[in-house]
Design a protein around this ligand. Structure first.
Ligand code: IFM
Length: 448
């Protein structure tokens, strides 16, 4: 089962989940530092002050990537390392480290893929209102320009924002992610400003990235939605969740308008008065690629009041259910065919730019011989292959994640890495899945 020539095989991480080194380079505090310090916010009571200690051990991690033959490494830049308060001149020691990391990757023949925002908002910007405030999007554009200027002579592939649905809805509506606010109206403003910030950052990167083959993308996390019931209200619950999880983002980015039914649903919590003339044109300025992060489908039914305080602003009566069948350690149903569906849905309904799976992986607590992860990755790569065969212009796949890491509100309970991290010694040990992935990408093909 061969993949197209030139298919990009990668691995992904994010700054807040692996770097640690919060006291190095003059880095400022992020919303996740503050959130993790709140009693009860992180399930196992941990924080990301050390995480996988990547800020200090990054050379080892580049060596691991090289040893596995991974062609592209998608990592994120920590905004508070570049601008400790989220504004003002660049903090050069922070940028210098990212320059060093990029140079080491390039020297090892590994292509860097730089994500600008993977949820670690500088705390000072949250204190000034956070993503619900328009000024945060303007600040993000300034930050994008600084990073673009520093790395734009050596990095071709960029991602502006990772999973804006999570950053807005989990952070400002459900509150299970930083900054932990439960304000439905603010979550929608955050969603809009994350998209607007993406558009502004795309403009900034276009003028600063000079490497041939420049590719600017955003990474979304689509969830194919299945109605768990046949009542009209179950179908309506599925429509609502599909609207907020998927169509809100696709429609804005690829059609330049928010979907009317979702706007109507949201009228219960917001009048969208923060959307200004011209914003949607900025948001919908063409990107060169679209990243999709796939983990699972959503199975949804109507249940009165089930989501009164949750990540579905304007829809207090939707409930997510787990279908029968195998799950990952996090309880997420394993449904590889959902990846085919996600890739084909965007292909058929939106005429998107070239696609990448920017993240796909699973939590399994199998320290070294992680056969469940091998089976998961194999099944999902087959699903990706099926989508290509059916017409999706999929150009690459990034496994989530290179390393075991800080899984946000779950702390260190869930291990997503193909490389095991011993958090006592910080030793890295490639798991069976890492060897399997190395062999797969070396052949550019799956067996049979
Ligand atoms: O760990 C996260 C990542 O930060 C964003 N996408 C989903 C992953 C697994 O939950």
């Amino acid at each position: 089962m061969r993949f197209p020539d030139g298919f990009v095989w990668g691995a992904a991480t994010s700054a807040a989940q692996i770097e640690g080194g919060v006291d190095v380079d003059g880095r400022g505090p992020s919303v996740w530092d503050a959130f993790a310090a709140r009693p009860g916010a992180i399930r196992d009571g941990t924080d990301a002050i050390v995480a996988a200690d990547h800020r200090r051990r990054w050379r080892d991690d580049v060596a691991v990537l090289a040893d596995l033959g991974i062609a592209a490494y998608r990592f994120s830049v920590a905004w508070p390392r570049v601008q400790p308060t989220g504004r003002g001149a660049a903090n050069e020691p922070g940028l210098d480290w990212y320059r060093e990391l990029v140079d080491a990757l390039l020297a090892a023949g590994i292509e860097p893929v730089v994500t600008l925002y993977h949820w670690d908002l500088p705390l000072a910007l949250e204190d000034a209102g956070g993503w619900p405030v328009r000024a945060t999007a303007d600040a993000f554009a300034d930050y994008a320009a600084l990073v673009g200027k520093a790395l734009g002579d050596r990095v071709a592939r960029w991602c502006t924002v990772n999973e804006p649905w999570c950053a807005s809805m989990l952070g400002y509506a459900g509150g299970q992610h930083a900054p932990g606010r439960q304000e439905p109206d603010a979550s929608v403003a955050a969603a809009h400003h994350l998209l607007y910030g993406h558009g502004l950052a795309t403009e900034a990167l276009r003028s600063s990235v000079a490497v041939p083959g420049r590719e600017i993308a955003i990474s979304l996390n689509p969830y194919p939605v299945v109605a768990a019931g046949e009542r009209p209200e179950d179908l309506d619950a599925a429509r609502r969740v599909d609207g907020l999880a998927n169509r809100w983002w696709y429609d804005a980015l690829l059609r330049g308008a928010y979907p009317k039914d979702v706007v109507d649903d949201l009228a219960a919590v917001t009048d969208l008065s923060f959307v200004r003339d011209g914003d949607l044109a900025v948001i919908a300025a063409p990107v060169d690629a679209l990243g999709l992060n796939y983990y699972r489908r959503y199975h949804v039914r109507h249940a009165a009041g089930a989501s009164a305080v949750a990540e579905w602003p304007g829809s207090p009566d939707v409930e997510l259910v787990t279908p029968p069948g195998p799950t990952t350690d996090g309880g997420w149903a394993i449904e590889p065919e959902g990846l085919t569906e996600a890739l084909l849905r965007v292909t058929r309904e939106y005429d998107p730019p070239p696609l990448y799976v920017h993240e796909n992986g699973a939590a399994f607590d199998e320290p070294f011989d992680d056969q469940d992860r091998v089976a998961f990755l194999d099944a999902h790569l087959r699903a990706a292959h099926a989508a290509i065969a059916a017409g999706a212009d999929l150009r690459g796949y990034f496994v989530w994640s290179l390393l075991d890491n800080f899984e946000w509100a779950e702390g260190y309970r869930h291990r997503f890495g193909i490389v095991h991290v011993d958090y006592d010694t910080q030793a890295r040990t490639p798991k069976a899945s890492a060897r399997w992935y190395a062999s797969t990408l070396a052949h550019n093909a799956l067996n049979g």
